[in-house]
Design a protein around this ligand. Structure first.
Ligand code: ATP
Ligand code: MG
Length: 395
């Protein structure tokens, strides 16, 4: 008998003409996430992906597969030849083992999915007949409850037969890499890591760009961002983190521009540097953790003046979310505890007392007229450091 992690694919199976491409991609992603854990075989089979493993690595393999986007459920299953008598026998063994693990189970329901329409019993017949077999063997322990059973026994009839009772929910989404490479503006806050995760979940291969103001910001603040990047890297397998010192630009802005425009003007420079990296490394999108109305730089006008200098599409997946929902995500993806560590961000250096709430593109351009924008971007690119983080180092 084979031990299989049977993977249910969400939207991926609905993707029409792209379906083959999506499935191929997801298989590659599974291979890379299990490369050091080991697997025996990975193959698509009638709407699912079957990953055969050595039972000894099951727990680790499940942990890894939970990070692979495109999968909605993982079902640890036993797989054997398609044969009715064998199914009856294996079912009895399965339930016998299950009741030892879960002695409080008293009611069940059989749920059969017959993908092989040539099989001589239809799903309903298998449910009824196998239910009968279970009742015969476990009459003192189990009863059928079709509405709210303690457990479901799932039977998949495909090229072979599969038996399982667990469906471990995972993130769903689209296979990583099917929506190009995106550059996440990663601060040390709660929002941007969630934004990066949400776009990775839609298939964007995410790398990160972080701005610091060393020596005004501390090495601990840098380390915090690296720790966030490490957590995010679990979901994207490999992540490049670019760090750039924004201080020379902030000093220039401080000298030449109205203090209330400090934040929005430095945001425009962040975007320009993102443009530059996007040109150099092929990023198709820029991702931010911006959310409408949270702070001054995130009013509709603040967002507009930042957007004005963007040269790529800007994804803002948090734009309409409430803070409580963002925090819930941060907890779920395990970035929250790191994000709330109290290290200063580069944006708190030179923070204006009264940031302008209604900046306009004209005002920005007037203030920037005193600056050599290209030279400032060039100079900050000189401070660029690139670190590559591989997920496996953190698992
Ligand atoms: P976060 O929790 O992500 O810091 P926030 O609610 O604090 O977001 P802002 O500080 O206004 O909001 O930042 C808005 C977005 O701008 C961030 O989500 C991030 O994408 C980007 N950003 C801000 N500061 C930095 C930084 N130091 N380095 C890189 N990106 C930044
Ligand atoms: Mg912030």
């Amino acid at each position: 008998m084979k031990r299989i992690l049977s993977l249910s694919l969400g939207e991926v199976v609905l993707k029409g003409a792209n379906r083959r491409y999506f499935i191929r991609r997801i298989i590659q992603n599974i291979e890379s996430s299990l490369s050091d854990v080991g697997y025996i075989d990975i193959k698509p089979e009638m709407g699912k992906i079957q990953v055969e493993i050595d039972p000894a690595v099951e727990e680790t393999a499940i942990k890894r597969l939970r990070f692979v986007f495109g999968i909605v459920y993982i079902s640890p299953s036993w797989c054997f030849e398609k044969d009715w008598d064998r199914l009856k026998e294996e079912t009895v063994n399965y339930i016998d083992g299950l009741l030892k693990e879960e002695p409080e189970f008293k009611t069940f329901k059989v749920v059969t999915k017959r993908s092989d329409k040539a099989f001589f019993k239809d799903s309903q017949e298998v449910n009824m007949d196998l239910g009968g077999v279970i009742l015969d063997h476990f009459s003192d322990r189990l009863k059928v409850d079709v509405h709210d059973p303690d457990f479901y026994l799932y039977v998949d009839i495909k090229n072979e037969m599969y038996l399982y009772h667990k469906k471990i929910p995972t993130y769903g989404g689209l296979p990583l890499g099917t929506n190009g490479k995106g550059l996440l503006l990663l601060s040390g806050g709660i929002d941007s890591p969630v934004a990066g995760f949400l776009m990775a979940k839609r298939g964007v291969q995410v790398d990160a760009l972080h701005f610091h103001s060393y020596p005004f910001t501390s090495p601990q603040a840098e380390e915090k961002v690296m720790n966030l990047a490490k957590i995010l890297a679990r979901y994207v397998v490999k992540m490049n983190v670019y760090s750039v010192n924004l201080l020379p630009i902030q000093k220039e802005l401080n000298k030449h521009c109205p203090p209330e425009e400090m934040t929005v003007l430095s945001r425009r420079f962040m975007m320009r540097i993102a443009n530059r990296l996007a040109d150099q490394h092929g990023y198709k999108s820029v991702i931010t953790g911006e959310n409408l109305g949270q702070v001054a730089s995130q009013t509709i006008d603040g967002l507009t003046v930042m957007n004005d200098v963007a040269e790529r599409i800007v994804f803002r997946p948090l734009i309409g979310m409430d803070k409580v929902d963002i925090i819930r995500w941060a907890e779920r993806i395990e970035t929250y505890e790191t994000s709330i560590q109290p290290y200063e961000d580069c944006c708190t250096v030179f923070l204006p007392k009264h940031p302008s709430l209604r900046p306009t593109v004209e005002d920005m351009e007037a203030s920037e007229a005193n600056l050599d924008i290209e030279a400032l971007v060039d100079a900050s690119m000189e401070t660029l450091k690139i670190t590559t983080i591989r997920a496996k180092e953190d698992r």
